[in-house]
Design a protein around this ligand. Sequence first.
Ligand code: PEP
Ligand code: MG
Length: 583
Amino acid sequence: MNKETKLNGITIVPGKGIGKSYFAGRVVEQTALVSITRQDVGDEIIRFNELRESTKEEYHKYRSNIDPSDSSVDSSFLNIYEHILDDPAFIGQVIETITTKLLDLETSIRLVSNDFIKRFNSTGSAYFKDRSSDMVEICEKLISQLHKDNGRVKSFLEPVVLIVSRMFTPSDILAYDKSKIQAVVSASGGKTSHAAILARSYGIPVVSGIRNIQDFICPGDQVLVDADKGIVYVRPSAAVVNRFVKQKGTSKELDRLKAKWNRPVYTRDGIHVEVLANISLPEDVEVAMENGADGVGLVRTEYLLSNKKNFPSEELQQGYYESILEKLGGKHCVIRTMDFGGDKKPEFLDIPPEFNPFMGWRAIRIFLERKDLFKAQVAAILKAGKKHNYSIMFPMVTTLKEYLEAKTFLVQAAEEVGCKMPKVGVLFEVPLAVLEMNTFMKEIDFASIGTNDLIQYLSAADRSNAKVNYLYNPIEPAFLKIIRNAINTSKDNGKPLSICGEMAGDPVLTVLLVGLGLRRFSVIPRHIPIVKELISHISYAEAAESVSHIESIESSEDISKWLKILNKRMLEPVFERLSIPIE
Ligand code: PEP
Ligand code: MG
């Protein structure tokens, strides 16, 4: 397989990237190397021994589940596996690879297994062919066991394109050194899945919807991902690579904008519009500030749980919030209580299997039942926020009763820890709550619309499922009506409202949202300068006038055509300068 192969998928996060392919788990052939330091060697060897033991136990369990009187089941192969796991040649080679090549356990297991497999295959004997498939099994088994452990962040020696031959999940990014991931190609995963949001905030392009990736890409192959067009070039030709190198130039203009927008933005007719950042980790605050964030509109605190075997202690959490708030230097910060469950299932919570996890035990629903966990988080936030400018927001609220229960709990916690109450708001992302927004208004201090979830619930189209992505559309007329009503409801009640779903950061929708009356955007840091630049070229009155008749447009296709004309008329030079497509 040396020729260039072009694969077509779906754009999940636009952008371009080039690197060696690295398979995120579950493929034996793997040549991209993950390095460790000399200090890690001892730990890796201990992990290997523990891993062999736990894997043997797994095989043992299989064996004890087989009925000995059932002669139709031959379980002798399980003995072979256990033997291989105790084979001094195999153990010795893995340990030697870790020690002398300074490679992590997973890479060492893959390299040694591949070596065995190649040697067995080259003999041509049927007996050894069978042994080679045993090695494949052992390698896969060890690695799948390994992924259950508290894996540390892995670093790469060279830039990689992460290949995910299944559904793309947040840990595919969190488990690795993000700075080396140039792009992700996955079999499945939607534009507003949490994994996509994470990739977008780190500027990692993603193409999804490429099935049976392993049939086209070998580990270590060079891969160029043109996520703007949803195309993946495997072993790209020199001409394709050259084109990619030339196009990298436009980032200079973005750097200029970053420097320019370290200040508030006003529309052409003088209306102040806030552009806040969506962040997850303390280190994201620096990126948000560099990009000119007016504050933070959403902290996704559940990322504190990544790679954690236990719920983080109150002290650990307090340090995390303090570090975010201090780095913000007085700018306002909206801290969302943890939104776990759904596609973010922590290991420590025994969430029973759910047919529809996104509609299941998630976020505030978990906290209202697990008050011990809720208490640890709110106490940590209250203590960390003592000297800071922040508010608290509850996600996935469905009914006013739920909100009031959560707020009462917060008031009690504030009394107990002796801290003053912050402002409290709701992330409106469940249709029922959005329809009842007016009733909520007298009880809340502010509102935010979580369009990522709201769209999936309104359209019954799973946000992580690339297959139904065509239904997941922020410019459906009925959806825009809901947004307009929500903005008006908040204005009528004098309560601020932001949009913090991904649609707020889409440059094509900026003029539409300004026209609908939105005065507070919360977007990923990298999009802040772009959204601010666009806002500065928009007249609020003109946008409102242009959008006023939107209700008469009956289909999303027609809205898309109309929006293209509007963007061309009002903002074409800005889109051109930033090389952003107008649709
Ligand atoms: C949303 O649903 O729009 C939102 C901001 O929350 P999340 O994407 O974290 O579910
Ligand atoms: Mg949400």
